[in-house]
Design a binder for this molecule. Structure first.
Ligand code: TRP
Length: 368
């Protein structure tokens, strides 16, 4: 076990380690091209609201790409994580179904993916107990992502669940022995925590019967190369700020949102994220939709000014989202199909979780 309890977590956000993770991500991409069957992806989201274009460009597109490349895909709907930073659960059931509908609408293939809410997998949740024995409170308190999420809640006191949710997330990843987690930078401390737990489990409880295979795979982060998208007012994109375009919005609602987007007083459109964050963000959104270079898109608009920019963004977004929205409304007409997808996912996840928990019990001499 590491003597520098916790230091690994802080290291994971440093520039050097970010560069390391980026380099590793490139190697992993090459390995996926050679043999996708070496990898199992686990990703997920909290069902806190409708998915928006930030999610689409930042992660959903990448998940679909990995699945199409032949990588086995598991997706957790992290319903227990909803109550880490708020008191009520909100319209949770509707949100779980909305999230599932979004996944299928963007192109996740339900035949080949396991999609499940973690609340329905008791054997996964039970892994929290041995895993909690492998971390200290000091280490948990240092997690920079937990700290900033707590800060974002105002003066909310730290709940036990908030403090320990990275351990719960570790159970999400390790129960199915996923070795690849496509994430943004903010999730890197959690991935580091998951690796630390996998290693410590091995050191403390591993192979009692002389088996050589470690119980848990060490999961690696796959950093998304996509540029991140800001909200339409230039701040962080979030549903509560009303600065997003949700996947399920209509073309008209999209146009209205873009019309209200913040630009600046300079007429000539350029792509200059540092000095013109709001305008550049809109250019970026159009460029991502068109699969083109943002400098080129900006140069083309040039003297057309903010009005033309907004028209281009609206059209590009509506064109990109049209097939997704069409699939979404088809899916909404068939709630039974959605329930069946979830049932199948829960069944497959439970089967896997029960097998893993069995191994854990065996390692820990708990099979009576
Ligand atoms: N914490 C993630 C988020 O807020 C959601 C999540 C839960 C997750 N469990 C996970 C992501 C496991 C990747 C792997 O977005």
């Amino acid at each position: 076990m590491s003597s520098s309890f916790g230091e690994d977590l802080e290291k994971s956000t440093s520039e050097a380690s970010l560069a390391h993770t980026r380099a590793l991500s490139e190697k992993i991409e090459a390995a996926i091209k050679r043999d996708p069957s070496e990898f199992r992806v686990l990703t997920g989201d909290r069902p806190t609201g409708n998915l928006h274009i930030g999610h689409y460009f930042g992660s959903l597109k990448n998940r679909v790409r990995l699945q199409k490349a032949g990588v086995e895909t598991w997706i957790v709907i992290a319903d227990y994580q909803v109550i880490t930073d708020r008191d009520g659960v909100g319209p949770l059931k509707e949100r779980v179904y909305s999230l599932l509908t979004d996944y299928l609408a963007v192109g996740i293939d339900p035949e080949r993916a396991v999609i499940f809410p973690h609340s329905q997998i008791p054997e996964l949740n039970e892994l929290m107990l041995p895993f909690l024995s492998l971390v200290t409170d000091a280490e948990l308190r240092r997690n920079p992502t937990v700290k900033s999420e707590l800060d974002a809640t105002g003066n909310r006191p730290m709940s036990g669940l908030m403090l320990t949710y990275p351990v719960h997330q570790t159970a999400d990843i390790l129960f199915c022995k996923a070795n690849l987690v496509p994430v943004g930078k903010d999730q890197l401390p959690h991935l580091e925590q998951a690796r630390v737990i996998a290693d410590r489990f091995e050191a403390r409880y591993g192979h009692p019967s002389g088996s050589e295979e470690p119980v848990f795979a060490r999961p690696q982060a796959l950093l998304s190369e996509a540029a991140s998208v800001l909200g339409l007012d230039g701040t962080k994109m979030s549903k509560s700020r009303g600065n997003t375009v949700e996947l399920k919005m209509s073309a008209d609602e999209t146009a209205k949102r873009i019309k209200k987007a913040v630009t600046d007083s300079e007429r000539f459109i350029t792509f200059d994220p540092e000095n013109r964050p709001e305008v550049s963000n809109l250019v970026q959104i159009a460029a991502m939709c068109q699969g083109r270079d943002p400098y080129e898109v900006a140069a083309e608009i040039g003297n057309g000014g903010g009005g033309t920019l907004k028209n281009v963004v609206t059209e590009s977004l509506n064109e990109t989202l049209a097939p997704i929205r069409a699939r979404r409304s088809e899916l909404e007409k068939d709630p039974q199909f959605l329930t069946d997808v979830l049932r199948c996912g829960i069944e497959a996840a439970r089967e896997r979780a029960a097998a893993t928990l069995d191994e854990v019990h065996t390692s820990m001499n708990m099979n009576y």
